[in-house]
Design a protein around this ligand. Sequence first.
Ligand code: 7RM
Length: 630
Amino acid sequence: MRIRTFEEYQSAYDQSVSDPEGFWAEVAQDFEWKKPWKKVLDWNFEEPNVKWFVGGKMNITENCLDRHVREKPNHPAIIWEPNDPSDDTATLTYKMLFERVCQFANVLKKHGVVKGDRVCIYMPMIPELAIAVLACARVGAIHSVVFGGFSAQSIADRINDAGCKVVITTDGSVRGPKQIPMKDTVDDALIGCPTVEKVIVSTRTRTPVSMIKGRDIWWEEEVKHVSSECPAEEMDAEDPLFILYTSGSTGKPKGVVHTCGGYMVYTAYTFENVFQYEPGDVYFCTADIGWITGHSYIVYGPLLRGAISVLFEGIPTYPDAGRFWDIIDKHKVNIFYTAPTAIRSLMGFGPEYFKNKDLSSLKVLGSVGEPINEEAWNWYNENIGKGNCPIVDTWWQTETAGIMISPLAHITKTKPSFATLPLPGVQPVLVDENGQEIQGNGVNGNLCIKFPWPGIIRTTWGDHDRCRTTYFSTYKNMYFTGDGCMRDEDGYYRITGRVDDVINVSGHRIGTAEVENAINMHTGVVESAVVGYPHDIKGQGIYAYVICEASSHDSELTRKDILATVSRIIGPIAKPDKIQFVSGLPKTRSGKIMRRILRKVAEGDFNNLGDISTLLDPGVVEDIKAGAIK
Ligand code: 7RM
């Protein structure tokens, strides 16, 4: 169901509110179902229990692949752009992708993977990553993609939480000038992973790896011995499609679960309407498939709509800061979707990197992952879009599966740093601290959604109650996003950032508790507290206050050791930007750290610390201020 005008948007929106079931049933007609659903929606937010297209049977890969192979086998599906621009790009047509997915699905089957099994995928941005994802979906296995930048410890935690039977990885990977071991890291992880039976290794770097007999097998060898025909497993609309781990304010990352039917309908619908994708358009999303943006808008959404999706292995600054613009020029990209952190970083390199590039193929620009500041929005609009490409500032989350609040390209009037209006099917509300809905315009509050949409999180793997308490218990009968938001006089939404203890560093979600736990693993550390602070390029940086044992003297060495510890426990993305050694933390008499004070000091705002009289020892505040890191 394609929206083409603002009036059509309004009427679709109205219908989606007055008759959500009728609305989504009509959207879902666009797909191939093996058996029709009996009921469109069953839901309550108390448990929560949300089911879309109840009783419907399907397989998402038939909608991503088989159907396009019948209609246009030789149409490009994936254009792979390697890390090194002088290496060959690879174009996979729908037919080629289909055959490779079926082949690899047969490899999975041969090694005992059956419907419902969990498979961990730890790979760089190569076509085999998309193939592995789709092959899992083909056989009904639940994929759990772990971002290639995570440490062995993080991989192990995720494998064990999900009970993965198989791991798919590569020998190594290349990112910019660096070679990164992948298989070695997996080997380290697997020391503590009893559920893993097989490791399938695809070749990327040809670096030496150790292959354990009986456990480790080569991808290239395996695919030689299987057929390239593999009927798709019949899945219930509510069977899990994947688990994706994401950070929250407390504890270890949660395994967000999405299911087959709703996810399919929601990602495809949002993809085509937000970007206004036209047949033949070349679409380039710069995210990594290890995050939700890559799942929904590199793999599933675009392939469901028969699109051409560019899959880029490298980084924005290699071989130089013009790489994105080179790729746009080379592949004549029409739709470009990236993150504010990348825009801010590339802005800093100056115009020489884009001025001689032909960007005239561009029609639509997108932004995702964090609030985009006006300066970055304007720079993006003027220099990349040349003033005639709408910017779709898309707000959404791992838990929402797809875009929730966003302009529709060429349809919704944009406004810098506003995600603008909810998509059809999305009913946002702003609530105050008491859980009261804030009506009217020109208001601020916590962003909640009061009605289910097909992509809503179904559960957190292995711990349904955690899903309830995290998202559905803060405010009764609402899904709580964790974001603060303002609705301006025009009814436009502007997301202001997290209101919980989640930090958004370069679009990566990092829980302060996770970083604190990692820092506390270091032997010399007694206690720590982590907060976010505004960072010019990353959006937010990580500021750690650390109390060390009296015996640690060389603070520079301790600082480096702490960084190494965090890298080891979580991964380099969670390394604090600033570490301040303190003798105490501002705690209330009941022992609670007053993070508000720590945030203010980290921001450099010493004069508005608020009431500190309830602190056990108000004296620590002076010490913290005196030692603050600029
Ligand atoms: C897609 C994704 C989710 C968090 C979310 C927000 C922030 C994402 C925007 C944004 C302002 C945006 N999933 N966020 N998009 N904030 N404007 N357009 O990023 O699960 O990794 O992160 O990201 O705080 O809650 S995520």
